[in-house]
Design a protein around this ligand. Structure first.
Ligand code: GTP
Length: 242
């Protein structure tokens, strides 16, 4: 069983059927998937994106909003999602703390790594919000950075697909799943598990990246507690499991 993990959820996945806002059903589902992990003694850090509310890159596309401002708007979106997730976790009787990379003391704690680690040691879930606090970085990079800072054994990218494919499985029915790949393979254009900055950071620190489907019941438990890696893809230094 992994002792400490960082799970990154996409903001987009929190959205209602129309692609916007926050769907309480999904919040409840996520919390229900986290609870058994915490009950088993796993220390859980979370990062959630903000794509259900706003994406910095898209917001700045028309040239009115500067990219840096768009990115700050995106960081604020992640705080909204983090607060929602905190409520959902508490609804399930779990202890959770939101820490933001940009201070907003009335809403949540500031990010202090030593404090985050104490929370984790006490069995609390820490949700890291506001990305890295800087524009031009993605929440995937923020999640990788936080995973390394808190000494997580792996970063789990919980998405809508069950692993890494050689091409987009939603577009190409003949797309093949790649169960294990190296960081260099993950950097290739057709793969792009995460953005280059996030993968390079993971590579430099030998942090395994696990890509799995967040909507499959029991999947996170299977991977993190049972160490069953059948329904995911792993990016690490080694190609084959040893
Ligand atoms: P311990 O040190 O183990 O007692 O941790 P704790 O987080 O329970 O204690 P603390 O008294 O620091 O925090 C109590 C509550 O206040 C928790 O829900 C924290 O998330 C919250 N809190 C702490 N610092 C801040 C802050 O700067 N801003 C906001 N908004 N909430 C905070």
């Amino acid at each position: 069983m992994a002792k400490r993990v960082l799970i990154k959820f996409s903001g987009e996945a929190l959205a209602n059927e129309d692609g916007h806002g926050i769907d309480s059903k999904i919040l409840k589902f996520i919390a229900s998937q986290i609870k058994p992990l915490v009950d088993s003694g796993v220390e859980v850090g979370l990062v959630v994106g903000g794509g259900n509310i706003i994406r910095g890159v898209n917001a700045s596309k028309e040239g009115i909003i500067k990219r840096s401002s768009g990115d700050y708007m995106g960081m604020l979106a992640t705080v909204i999602n983090a607060v929602a997730l905190q409520e959902a976790l508490e609804y399930f009787g779990l202890a959770a703390r939101v820490q933001s990379a940009i201070e907003m003391n009335e809403i949540c704690e500031p990010f202090i790594v030593r404090r985050a680690i104490r929370h984790l040691e006490k069995g609390r879930i820490v949700i890291f919000a506001a990305g890295t606090g800087n524009p031009f970085f993605t929440t995937d990079t923020a999640a990788t950075l936080r995973a390394i800072e808190i000494g997580s054994e792996m970063i789990i990218k919980a998405t809508k697909v069950d692993g890494v494919y050689d091409k987009d499985p939603n577009k190409y029915p003949d797309a093949k799943k790649i169960p294990r790949l190296t960081y260099d393979e993950a950097l290739q254009d057709n793969i792009k598990v995460m953005d280059d900055t996030a993968i390079a950071l993971a590579k430099d620190n030998s942090l395994p990246i696990i890509v799995c489907n967040m909507f499959e019941e029991g999947n996170l438990y299977d991977i993190i507690v049972n160490q069953n890696y059948e329904k995911c893809s792993i990016v690490s230094d080694k190609k084959e499991s040893e």
